[in-house]
Write a protein that binds this ligand. Structure first.
Ligand code: NAD
Ligand code: ZN
Length: 377
């Protein structure tokens, strides 16, 4: 089968690799019809992780089940399924509680697993023609009959829609409240979409890419074309000096040798400053414990200083981590099915698998108009 493999920093290749196959009775095999490039793939693409050369990328996957293992009860051949990016077992203490991002089974010796991801187990990615899905009765979200018609919306259930939703949950956003979202990449835009659906009174989205902010405004949010103190001041001005009820970090580590060093404390300091006293801060942007390729020494050690004094004085709270995509995606699928959510609206490019290297390059360079790239194997 053809697959997108990591070949080294800023280098992915489309190669012929052995077909994915069923290994255990609880597996299914999925013929991938849509697989996205994610901001999280860029941590690996930029060479800032231990991701091994030759491994297949891709954790935002949707397709048709073409074969099932002998122990699969619920999922059938011919089902269209979306795969939450977290690989869960369904029976460990964390999966039982819906905390599938922290599965204790699927990444032995660590916590949490994903397809095609550094430090997240040995599961191969879905930027390929076929994907092996373990514990398939648990990990497949079987889609309704409009699966093909709304495929570009449903594929966002694999990660960025639940992740954006999770950001607002971690922040504690309630209907009628205001929220500032830092980052207008696909995740920040999904946080804005979620906040609008949840009935937020004011949604601010901060970034310096006008094309991405325009999408936020299309959703009904207020785009803030600035970062740092300037963005904070604009938000304070628009909230009577009080700050927003809560805030979301949807940027994560943004430094590499090609794009230069961005001070990663900028967004956390801004969040502390633009969130009201006692407000919640939800961090879904990825911060990596060891980031050997990072441009700063602190980032190499996974450290990020921020204004803890003001955070403490304001009595704020912070919640972080991988999104438990499975915990949300049934409900979010219903919103899509009923026409109340349309996360596919942010897609800028639909490319073939062969065009993946071009998609990675433009998305990684944040080239104008390259907001969300999806691949159609
Ligand atoms: P992205 O890199 O396309 O988006 C990040 C955006 O942040 C860009 O538009 C960039 O211009 C903007 N930005 C950079 N510095 C900024 C600053 N100081 N202030 C405001 N905006 C700034 O990626 P994405 O796909 O949107 O993902 C965003 C983050 O979310 C990444 O770190 C990704 O790994 C992470 N992520 C986390 C989860 C999870 O489960 N927690 C899931 C998916 C993605
Ligand atoms: Zn992703």
């Amino acid at each position: 089968m053809k697959a997108v493999i990591y070949n080294g920093p800023y280098d992915v290749k489309v190669k012929d690799v052995p077909d994915a196959k069923i290994v255990r009775p609880t597996d299914v095999l999925v013929r991938i019809t849509t697989t996205n490039i994610c901001g999280s793939d860029l941590h690996m693409y930029e060479g800032r992780t231990s991701f091994e050369q030759g491994r297949i990328l891709g954790h935002e996957n949707l397709g048709e089940v073409v074969e099932i293992g002998s122990g699969v009860e619920r999922v059938k051949v011919g089902d269209y399924v979306c795969l939450p990016f977290n690989v869960g077992c369904g029976f460990c203490e964390n999966c039982e509680k819906g905390l599938t991002g922290f599965c204790l089974t699927t990444n032995p010796g660590a916590v949490g697993a994903a397809y095609g991801f550094a430090e997240m187990g040995s599961w191969e990615g879905g930027q390929a023609e076929l994907l092996r899905v373990p514990f398939a009765d648990f990990n497949c979200l079987v889609l309704p009959p409009d699966a093909v018609e709304k495929e570009d919306d449903y594929v966002m259930l694999s990660d960025i829609f639940p992740t954006g939703w999770h950001a607002t949950e971690l922040a504690g956003l309630k209907p009628g409240e205001s929220v500032a979202i830092y980052g207008a990449g696909p995740v920040g835009l999904m946080a804005a979409h979620s906040a609008m659906i949840k009935g937020a009174s004011q949604v601010f989205v901060v970034d310096t890419h006008q094309d991405r902010l325009a999408l936020a405004e299309k959703m009904g949010a207020t785009g803030i074309n600035a970062t740092g103190d300037e963005a904070v001041q604009r938000i304070l001005d628009l909230t009577d000096g009080r700050g927003t009820d809560c805030g979301c970090e949807c940027v994560g580590y943004q430094c590499c040798n090609k794009h230069g060093h961005e001070d990663n404390s900028v967004t956390m300091n801004s969040l502390v400053a633009s969130t009201k006293a006692t407000g919640g801060i939800g961090v879904v942007g990825v911060f990596i414990p060891q980031d050997p390729g990072a441009a700063s020494d602190l980032a190499k050690e996974g450290k990020m200083p921020f204004d803890f004094g003001s955070f403490w004085l304001k009595g704020q709270s912070i919640r972080t981590g991988q999104a438990n995509a499975k915990a949300y995606n049934r409900q979010l699928a219903r919103l899509i099915h009923q026409g109340k959510a349309s996360p596919g609206g942010i897609i800028s490019h639909r490319l073939s698998l062969a065009e993946a290297p071009e998609g990675y390059k433009h998305f990684d360079d944040r080239d104008e108009g390259w907001t969300k790239v999806i691949l159609k194997p």
